[in-house]
Design a protein around this ligand. Structure first.
Ligand SMILES: [Zn+2]
Length: 1094
């Protein structure tokens, strides 16, 4: 692979920008844009005119290579203040005791062995008044909307193709990364060959709680209480044009009271209250056309009636809710694109809801942080905690501090406040921002967060204009923009020393499996060229990052690649129980200086281990070694670990195979997500203290215990990649693409993030890949432009409509050139005394991001079913509160959804039936742990497409059209067998081919003459010189470019057994694992809401 051939034109970042004297532009935003994945080397390839802006001044204050503090370190007073931000003691990483690290015994547990990964206890709190929620939960437990206690659905008669167990056992799915079953018979000669547990036919526990329904205490008429899955057959009226959110109940239907629900679950609780008023005709809209039961929605309970059983003498033939009449994600996305995609989003107005993440728009920073950095669940916060509790809408912000920007948008400016450091409030330590109020002619300012009056230092003094605004407000980013950076002084540095540039250490598993698959050879070959593209500061000619190399199996091999050597030297450390770094000089080197030695080493590694029979590996000692090396070099950095197997060799962190699918749907299921030993958390804590971020590339052939191995990446802000059953020929493109992007990523090292809020609310909970040693500081050994931190807020006082609420996120980090900086993001929100204002300013995509992360953390401590029930209850409470307080009076039979939340039910259902919360038989334990870990740091755009995949028809739009075809809803019903579709969710990419696709189309795309000749599972389309082929391949490239991980293509033919894998992503349909269809779930949600309101 000649990387130099793929150098694309580099976009110019020299867009018109206001000229701010005295500071220069950060190098960050100028780096690769969101199109990075297909431009592997563009971002850092020079020369780039846009990057060459030599900072006019300020840079010399902190030379990247300088490890010594400047002469001004005696500036004590401000320094003391600065420390205060991050708590007492050590600035960056918590208590000083963790910095003066003494080697801990590898086996020393950190917390209990089964402690959750996160620092925060995950408490599943039932929302709302206990009686109500308890009641709902009790009913839900009998209802099984989510099928938690149901046995696997019948494998036939549902139109779903081959039965689950058959397809699963075949093990012949192409390796999609996420859902690859492990083929058998790949075990190395000497290893413990074990069939992968994922191949077993799932054994579900017997239904245990099916009879949990308790009749409500009240004697009045009750809603029918139905146990058993939600059923189709209910006919709802379609929404009227004028009220798109009103989904009405069907006309009165006569159903016998207590209609028998004879399903496979056996006896069901009796129906209640035959005299139920039931559904009323919609008062203001016509009923949508009803459809008969369709295969996709086919119920396993043939005799089942509709949900809202009505009084009346005669049962009517079941009707069903018209899928076209319920809120459509596609329509909402389209509408937002049409309405908001044309004008830039200007951030000057407080409390504005930004366009959806699925809309392309530009942002103009006029005082609030761009939605690319911060998105909120609501931009209008209830004034009181009582209101907030009533509404149950979580108040949360999804923050992506180092988000990459499109080339058209300016990256944050870097402000230099000189030796005294950034100007801050003396009391709360908030940083100077556009919301600070200058008073007394400019001599003092009142803090917008805590109201403290502060003196303006003489060097910062400026006169005010007649409106009370500083006359230099528009010349200073910190007075006029939502996002900017400060150069940090030495007071913000560990040990009061400016940091050294970071280092990258490549740690390569050279055990039998890694060699056999061709991984080691591929990787070494790639590194030779990839090392030229390490991240670097804007104007720098070469990266400041030093590199080091380690290989390992049961022992570790360190390499001296000092430039003066003719050949690299290897040093073996076999005492893995007491890891040390055998060399300092020559281990971490400059790539250009040591190029010849490094190239020689990378040439030799595959040969040296070519004949290895060693199958066992260690893991913890490898990370320990990398961390010790960084410590010895007194720098932060990143470890790139390439690992193949469960670490069973005798060493700290040794693991055993504890995969057990029988635990699914039991109270012990949570243990599958928990690390099996505390050694990993202990190690992670040490890594965080050193600023050592770990990225893990896994190449497993069988269970490797992702839940445990991902602990260190998770707590150090790193990434995990997983390539099950890796084979060079099939997977090299995906792996190399991910690797290139990962190595080139701009990373902030040794970072601490603090979110400050104005009086009345405060940050109470945090979700993401980081470590916390106290309740306020988010510690990140590394943070890249893809990672988000979700923060939840709670009231601690009354808010004021007039002053609103403010957030300030401050991220202290070391840049890739070793410069210490602070990145500040400010956001002002409105506050309301009317619930309707809250519901008008919500963002469902962000809400789902929060709820998914909340649930995915919850499974560490609670049964999965309880987590699902909590989500359902909360969603019902949110919607019931709206109905009760905000909607105009209407019949109880109407389901009324707030405009901003009309997709909440469909999206929530997708979360509920996701692999973590409701696994299908083909999902391995490692897959679930992997996805759980990924979602934790996803941004809103990623969770949006991950939970509700995009399905794009390929032949409907004109062949010459260059835009993406409009998506269709993710349901089998929307597939035409004469068309082809691309489906993507950010991790997976399918091309589904209908059985009746025209022969010419087949020929144009696959170069075969008929449908039957298309190879099922194909992952590369032939490169053909015709418009259709070019268009489809171009579209695939474009989809890949939008995502942070490479999506491998899988071609699926209609009626082929692979189709089951594909149908897993048709999330509006009932899923094989028991997840409800959208229609059914909406009916269920309606019922929940009515129960809450009655
Ligand atoms: Zn303050």
């Amino acid at each position: 692979m000649n990387v130099n051939q793929s150098v694309p034109p580099v976009p110019s970042f020299g867009q018109p920008q206001p000229v701010y004297p005295g500071y220069h532009q950060s190098s960050y935003g100028g780096q690769s844009g969101s199109t990075a994945p297909t431009i592997p080397y563009g971002a850092y390839n020079g020369p780039v005119p846009g990057y060459q802006q030599t900072p006019p001044q300020g840079m010399s204050r902190a030379p990247p290579s300088s490890g010594a503090p400047p002469a001004s370190t005696a500036q004590a007073p401000c320094g003391q203040a600065a420390y205060g931000q991050f708590g007492q003691g050590d600035v960056q990483n918590g208590p000083s005791s963790t910095v003066q690290m003494q080697r801990l015994p590898g086996s020393q547990p950190f917390g209990s062995p089964l402690a959750p990964v996160g620092n925060q206890p995950a408490v599943l709190q039932p929302y709302g008044p206990p009686p109500t929620s308890a009641q709902v939960t009790a009913q839900l437990s009998g209802m099984q909307i989510s099928g938690a206690v149901a046995p696997a659905p019948p494998s036939s008669g549902l139109g779903y193709g081959p039965p689950t167990s058959l397809a699963s056992a075949s093990g012949s799915f192409p390796n999609s990364g996420l859902y690859g079953s492990y083929p058998q018979g790949q075990a190395p000669p000497l290893s413990q060959a074990q069939g992968h547990p994922g191949i077993q036919t799932p054994q579900r526990s017997a239904p245990s709680q099916a009879s949990g329904f308790t009749p409500p205490a009240s004697g009045g008429p009750r809603l029918p209480s139905i146990t058993g899955p939600l059923l189709p057959g209910q006919s709802f009226g379609g929404p009227s044009v004028s009220q798109p959110n009103h989904v009405s109940s069907p006309p009165p239907q006569a159903l016998p009271p207590g209609t028998q629900m004879t399903g496979p679950l056996g006896p069901l609780p009796p129906m209640h209250s035959p005299q139920q008023p039931g559904y009323q005709p919609q008062q203001n809209g016509s009923f949508g056309p009803t459809r008969g039961p369709q295969p996709n929605y086919g119920s396993p309970y043939p005799a089942a009636p509709t949900f809202g059983s009505q009084s009346g003498p005669q049962p009517l033939p079941p009707k069903r809710l018209d899928p076209d009449a319920i809120p459509s994600p596609i329509q909402v996305i389209e509408d937002d694109r049409n309405n908001r995609g044309t004008e830039p989003f200007v951030t000057g107005v407080r409390g504005q809801v930004p366009p959806l993440v699925t809309t392309n728009f530009l942002v103009k920073d006029q005082g609030n942080a761009s939605p690319r950095y911060i998105r909120c669940t609501s931009y209008n916060i209830p004034c009181t905690s009582d209101m907030a509790k009533q509404a149950q809408v979580p108040l949360a912000a999804v923050i992506k501090p180092l988000a990459r920007l499109p080339p058209e948008e300016a990256s944050p400016y870097v402000v230099d406040h000189g030796e005294s450091g950034p100007l801050r409030c003396n009391r709360c330590k908030a940083y100077m921002c556009p919301f600070m109020q200058f008073i007394e002619g400019g001599r003092r300012f009142q803090c917008c967060f805590c109201s403290c009056i502060n003196d303006v230092p003489p060097q910062y003094f400026q006169h005010l204009d007649h409106t009370g605004k500083r006359v230099d407000a528009y010349d200073r980013p910190e007075l006029s923009l939502g996002s900017y950076e400060f150069l940090a002084t030495v007071d913000y540095c560990k040990n009061s020393k400016f940091p050294s540039p970071p280092a990258f250490i490549f740690m390569i598993d050279v055990s039998y499996n890694a060699i056999r698959t061709g991984l080691v050879r591929l990787l070494c070959e790639e590194l030779k060229s990839l090392l030229d593209f390490l991240p670097r500061e804007g104007g720098a000619e070469e990266s400041a990052i030093r590199v080091g190399f380690v290989t390992y199996n049961k022992v570790l091999h360190f390499y001296n690649v000092k430039s003066s050597l003719a050949q690299p030297q290897m040093m073996v450390v076999s005492d893995v129980a007491d890891m040390f770094v055998p060399l300092l000089d020559g281990f971490l080197v400059n790539v250009n200086e040591s190029r010849a030695v490094i190239t020689s080493l990378l040439d030799q590694i595959p040969e040296m281990f070519a004949d290895t029979r060693e199958t066992e590996t260690v893991f913890v000692p490898v990370i320990q070694a990398g961390m010790e090396a960084l410590k010895a070099a007194e720098c932060a950095g990143k470890l790139f670990l390439f690992h193949t197997s469960l670490p069973i060799a005798e060493a700290p962190g040794k693991l055993k195979n504890r995969d057990d699918r029988k635990l699914i749907n039991t109270d012990k299921e949570k243990t599958l997500f928990q690390p099996q030993t505390g050694a990993y958390q202990t190690l992670a804590k040490e890594c965080v203290a050193q600023g050592c971020c770990v990225d893990l590339f896994l190449f497993p052939n069988q269970y490797v215990d992702v839940a445990t191995l991902s602990v260190v990446p998770q707590l150090t802000g790193g990434s995990v990649y997983k390539y099950a059953c890796f084979q060079v020929e099939n997977d090299q493109e995906r792996f190399l693409s991910d690797l290139r992007r990962d190595v080139q990523k701009v990373v902030g090292f040794d970072a601490v993030m603090r979110v400050r809020t104005s009086t009345g609310i405060r940050a109470v909970d945090f979700f993401g890949a980081f470590y916390m040693s106290n309740t306020t500081d988010v510690e990140l050994a590394g943070l890249d432009g893809d990672k988000t931190v979700t923060v939840e807020f709670k009231h601690d006082d009354r808010l004021n409509e007039e002053s609103g609420a403010l957030l300030q996120c401050a991220l202290l980090y070391t840049s890739c050139a070793g410069q210490r900086r602070l990145r500040i993001h400010n956001l002002a929100l409105n506050c309301c005394t009317q619930l309707a204002d809250l519901y008008r300013n919500c963002e469902t995509d962000t809400l789902i991001n929060y709820m998914a992360k909340f649930a995915y953390r919850g499974v560490l401590n609670s049964p999965v079913k309880a987590v699902r029930d909590t989500l359902i209850t909360q969603c019902a409470q949110i919607l019931a509160c709206y109905r009760k307080n905000c909607a105009s009076p209407s019949s109880a039979g109407q389901l009324i959804l707030p405009e901003c939340m009309k997709l909440l039910p469909v999206y929530l259902n997708c979360v509920l039936k996701s692999d973590v919360l409701q696994p299908g038989a083909e999902i391995t334990t490692d897959d679930r742990a992997y996805v759980r870990q990924l979602v934790t740091s996803m941004d809103v755009a990623e969770t949006n497409v991950f939970f509700y995949p995009r399905l794009l028809p390929l032949t409907k739009s004109p062949i010459e059209s260059t835009t993406e075809p409009p998506a269709v809803r993710a349901s089998e019903e929307r597939l035409s067998n004469g068309d082809m579709y691309l489906l993507e969710n950010g991790l997976n990419l399918f091309l589904w081919v209908g059985a009746s696709v025209q022969q010419g189309v087949v020929q144009s795309l696959f170069s075969v003459s008929s449908f039957s000749q298309i190879t099922s599972g194909l992952s590369v389309l032939p490169v053909l010189d015709n418009p259709l082929s070019k268009k489809v391949r171009g579209l695939i490239d474009s989809l890949r470019a939008q995502r942070s991980r490479y999506m491998k293509l899988i071609v699926v033919k209609q009626e082929d057994k692979l189709e089951m894998l594909f149908k897993h992503f048709l999330v509006e349909d009932k899923s094989l694992s028991g997840g409800a269809s959208y229609v059914d779930f909406l009916c269920h949600m309606h019922k929940e809401i009515r129960q809450l309101l009655s």
